[in-house]
Design a protein around this ligand. Structure first.
Ligand code: SAM
Length: 125
């Protein structure tokens, strides 16, 4: 129908303007990523993920993360439970952002505070 088509076009248009760096800056630096406070959204998400994967209820050979965006924090607690993890995203800009990070290119987002926090809540050194 016409309204469905126009809302689809609006979604497509919104996605075409998506800026991974702005998304990371808005959502994955303080105040949202304040590791000194457990009430803060990012440490809360990391704890939920750590508890979920530690429960052993989600396991298998391959984990497919649908809609990874430009982020990897959601996969940190999954690493020990899967042989292979596939990150996916609809947008090329997000896939490219992750590819740049995986290649260790300079100027990519620094996930090390997230990795350190996950090590801490999982009781690792
Ligand atoms: C809310 S973002 C989540 C990003 C990231 N995982 C995070 O936690 O911040 C959802 C992502 O899903 C992607 N997406 C939407 N529909 C999709 C689809 N059908 N297949 C793959 N990715 C999709 C979008 O491009 C967007 O990056």
């Amino acid at each position: 129908t016409a309204p469905a088509m126009s809302s689809l076009a609006a979604v497509r248009e919104g996605y075409e303007r998506f800026d991974p760096r702005a998304y990371l800056q808005n959502n994955y630096v303080p105040p949202r990523a304040d590791f000194s406070s457990e009430d803060c959204v990012v440490p809360w998400k990391l704890r939920c993920l750590a508890e979920t994967f530690a429960s052993g209820e989600i396991r298998g050979r391959t984990l497919i993360d649908v809609g990874s965006g430009p982020t990897i924090y959601q996969l940190l607690s999954a690493c020990d439970h899967f042989e292979e993890i596939v990150a996916t995203d609809y947008l090329a800009v997000n896939r490219e952002e992750l590819q740049r990070w995986a290649r260790g290119e300079p100027g990519t987002f620094d996930w090390s505070p997230f990795i350190q926090h996950v090590c801490k809540i999982e009781g690792r050194g």
